[in-house]
Design a binder for this molecule. Sequence first.
Ligand SMILES: *Cc1c(COP(=O)(O)O)cnc(C)c1O
Ligand SMILES: [Zn+2]
Length: 412
Amino acid sequence: MNTYGSLRNGLLMKSFFTHLECTYCGKIHSSSEPQRLCVDCGKVLYPRYDLESARKIFTKEVLPYRQSNMWRYFEMMPILDEKNVVTLGEGFTPIFDMPSLGEKLGSSNLFLKDEGINPTASFKARGLSAAVSKAKELGLKRLTMPSAGNAAGAMSSYAARAGIDAYVFMPKDAPEANQVEVYFTGGDLNLIDGLISDAGIISRQKAGEMDLFDVSTLQEPYRVEGKKTMGYEIAEQFNWELPDAIIYPTGGGTGIVGMWKAFQEMEDLGWIDGSRPRMYAVQSDGCAPIVRAFENGDEFAEPWENANTFAAGIRVPGAIGDYLILGAIRESQGAALAVSDQDILSMMKTVASSEGMFICPEGAATAVALTQLMSRGSIGSDERVLLLNTGSGLKYLDLLRDTQSNLTGNTG
Ligand SMILES: *Cc1c(COP(=O)(O)O)cnc(C)c1O
Ligand SMILES: [Zn+2]
């Protein structure tokens, strides 16, 4: 059954996806078979589209007639046959104005895009909807991944819907919600005594031994296409005038580089002009490899030792797309900055009590970063600022309970 046909509203949709290109050396790779990293230099591959042709046919005027999910941008998605789309309704999340929080922080033009209302309660749904759809199109039957938490829940959910097997390698102290989610959706859950980077080593080893396809973020080319749709939505929802600044909680960095890719594509499609937001990457001061590399002026980021933060989604000591993240930040005249867990926790309370949104720690980190950027003079009080809340606070109840008692010194 094609449960997805209504998206077309009688119009034929055609993807303009053509090939994969290495983001570092430019080598072209075929997209008709499974690919991971560049075969020459080991760096990240990006899907590329025939933007010349798309420009003539895919106009933004068609968008209001499409369904409210990320597949409304099908022409710029890497799936060739609509029947292969595996969807749970991800994307097209609302952007809210934040008057009370803005007043508290001294920002009169503050907005938040709430990714917490996605299926699986985080924006990982976007990336995994895209990657699992493409895996289905390529005939892959067994997927594996290391995950700090939310990606695992999303992969296991989308794989279940696609009838594909999912293997997950997750730190044993990842949020309980993610573990339970994988268990219920039928994924093969393996808890690791270590960090996501350790889980990655095991996942890749199992991939070799058991013929699994590893969908680690940015180590396969399609998750970024799901996350880039945030960039399309931000443009569409702000009526094709991007905000002055976007503040993003950065782990593997797929979202920030995905949005940057979307801005370029939309410029090439003639949908937006060349003015882009300044991109700010936020990390926890307990795991801040991108911040360190940014401050040192480095092209790549050294892995962070002893990564530690309760913001599980950004507890990522090393990112394969480090050069892409740093490139987007620098090109946009943005910055990378670190915030403390203590400030994240109290900001969660501030946001929830002032705006009624129980956002995730990673999302709260962006609001803490805003206060720093404003006091440094990097962001002005009337600039249009967009915070990305990447998940729901409800996925972190166990960590919040522990963190709260640690931070307040309450052992009971
Ligand atoms: C994975 C995750 C992040 C980090 O996303 P990247 O795009 O990989 O940098 C941030 N917040 C949450 C809630 C996450 O699950
Ligand atoms: Zn290459």
